[in-house]
Design a protein around this ligand. Structure first.
Ligand SMILES: Nc1ncnc2c1ncn2[C@@H]1O[C@H](COP(=O)(O)OP(=O)(O)OP(=O)(O)O)[C@@H](O)[C@H]1O
Length: 535
């Protein structure tokens, strides 16, 4: 009875439909209603299974559709590297159909490059050894027709619980076109880079050309000498090499030193100018290296020296030949070690300073006379640049004259439009012992005295004609027996006589000569110039 009640209850609410599938009790024959009911339950169950099967089939079809239509070839290998699955896309990509490859090993198909085969085996071994179950690599493969394609392979291995290989699933993507495009792109980039480099080089060249035309910023001149000087400066500018400018007074050593600094990587850092001739000998040391508070009587505050100021920048030691012997050793140490001490301090200070020096003295001559250290000279003379005197680059004179006349016409409110050829000729033939500086002064005076639109000179300019007196060569000696010092002496004497031996002030000789009064005094001392009547 109990069983009957159960059977009767089959299909009722809350009961699993599967209970209807349980065998009938063998104790009695099922009733017709029971059988009918059971058939209905079975029909219902069967329909459910069919639906599930249909759904699974649909999923499988979808999966196959995706596998076959995805741009990926799907290949499966067993643990003996025999192909056990070969998707439609694999057929499309590699050309063999599934029947041709099934059961074949990789090496039985001419499918991968010999080297790559080795690579594949290595990769599989490596995967197994490291127990990594997937990897990606790029391989060249052959198609059935022998053509070569490049494939990106995604591999994963299936291992059993003991870590033994069961199968390898691989998916391959044909990246031949991508590689070709990438190679083309790389080639195009190379070409672009080459063109860019070329353009840059042309640009630099054109900029140089423009600078040549413009006279290198503030530097005026187009003579070969100026061009080669500019070239040398540009060569040496990027390094930290010490540069020594040599040349007569007023040739432009200072202007070229500034140009060098501007052309270097230090252009945004300080350019510190030290005129060694204008500093009294007893002050040079503290000016250059600084001093501590109380270093000597009267030094009430700490003073930063010019070398510290120039840190990471450039220091320009003008008239280096004027540095007293005692200080030259200290200078040598800074150049060699980048290190010095402030006066009154035992602590060394380290600086990174590019040194440019200039001299209008013949330093070798100074060494012979025991006034300049040879070791310092060698240190300074690593990259010497000689600035020739103006009389040796006469071609620059008209350019300079025009530029200065224009400049002073503006500042003195003049309207000078013409420079008579005769005047230009005399300016070109003058020896210019004071070089560009003297030319500037002569031009300023000329502009001031010119009343109309035509330039007139304020003085007789051929007082020292080129051919009869001075001909300087690069070592500052003259060819005619008269030395440059004689010419300089004469030039200074002329200015002193003109000012009644007044050195300083607005009407002093120092201003006429565009020199610092102390520099003029140092020159006078050097050249033995004394006011008549003084001891
Ligand atoms: N090529 C040039 N173009 C324009 N100006 C120049 C040129 N050469 C020199 N000068 C000008 O001439 C003057 C003297 O030049 P600078 O002071 O550079 O000469 P220097 O050789 O250093 O002289 P010193 O040895 O007396 O110090 C400056 O006013 C400078 O601007």
């Amino acid at each position: 009875m109990q069983k009957e009640a159960e059977i009767k209850g089959t299909g009722t609410q809350g009961q699993s439909p599967l209970s209807a599938l349980e065998p009938f009790s063998m104790n009695r024959k099922p009733t017709y209603e029971e059988l009918e009911k059971r058939v209905r339950v079975l029909e219902k169950e069967s329909l459910k299974y069919t639906q599930t099967e249909n759904r699974l089939n649909e999923t499988l079809q979808r999966l196959n559709f995706h596998i076959d239509n995805a741009p990926l070839a799907v290949v499966e290998f067993n643990n003996r590297f025999q192909i056990t699955y070969w998707s439609n896309q694999a057929e499309k990509i590699f050309g063999w159909n599934a029947e041709e490859v099934m059961g074949k090993r990789i090496d039985q198909l001419k499918w991968v490059y010999k080297d790559d085969m080795h690579h594949v085996a290595e990769l599989s071994a490596e995967m197994l050894a490291s127990r990594r179950t997937s990897n990606i690599h790029i391989n060249r493969n052959y198609r059935k027709d022998g053509s070569v394609i490049i494939c990106e392979w995604y591999n994963s291995v299936l291992l059993n619980s003991k870590g033994k290989l069961i199968s390898i699933q691989s998916m391959a993507r044909d990246v031949t076109e991508q590689h070709r495009l990438e190679a083309e792109l790389a080639k195009a980039f190379d070409e672009i880079k080459r063109l860019k480099d070329q353009l840059e080089a042309e640009n630099i060249y054109l900029r140089d050309e423009i600078k040549l035309k413009e006279g290198f910023g503030e530097i005026i001149g187009a003579s070969d000498v100026i061009k080669s000087t500019i070239h040398k400066i540009r060569q040496v500018a990027p390094s930290k090499t010490t540069v020594l400018f040599a040349g007569e007074t007023g040739t432009g050593k200072g202007i070229f030193a500034r140009f060098l600094h501007r052309e270097s990587d230090r252009r945004d850092r300080p350019f510190v100018n030290v005129n060694c001739a204008s500093l009294p000998a007893n002050l040079i040391e503290s000016e250059l290296f600084g001093r501590e508070k109380g270093a000597y009587t009267g030094s009430t505050a700490r003073q930063i020296g010019r070398f510290e100021l120039a840190n990471n920048g450039t220091i320009f030691l003008d008239e280096i030949g004027e540095v007293p012997m005692e200080l030259q050793a200290k200078l040598l140490k800074v150049i060699e070690e980048g290190e010095f001490e402030r006066i009154g301090s035992p602590h060394p200070i380290k600086v990174d300073v590019r040194i440019i020096a200039a001299t209008n003295r013949d330093l070798q001559e100074e060494i012979k006379k025991g006034r300049f250290r040879q070791d310092l000279y060698f240190r300074l003379n690593i990259f010497p640049i000689n600035i020739p005197p103006l009389r040796d680059r006469k071609g620059d004179i008209p350019l300079l004259v025009k530029a200065f006349v224009a400049k002073f016409s503006k500042s003195h409110n003049r309207d000078i439009k013409r420079i008579p050829a005769k005047i230009m000729e005399s300016l070109k033939n003058y020896a210019w012992p004071g070089n560009v500086r003297e030319l500037i002064n002569v031009m300023e005076r000329a502009v001031i005295v010119s009343e109309g639109s035509e330039l007139q000179l304020a003085e007789k300019i051929d007082a020292i004609p080129l051919d009869s007196s001075i001909r300087g060569d690069e070592s500052f000696s003259t060819g005619s027996g008269e030395t440059l010092a004689d010419a300089e002496r004469e030039h200074i004497l002329k200015a002193l006589q003109q000012t009644g031996w007044r050195i300083e002030g607005p009407r002093g000789a120092a201003q006429i000569l565009d020199l610092q009064p102390n520099t003029l005094r140092a020159r006078m001392k050097k050249l033995g110039i004394k006011r008549p009547g003084t001891p």
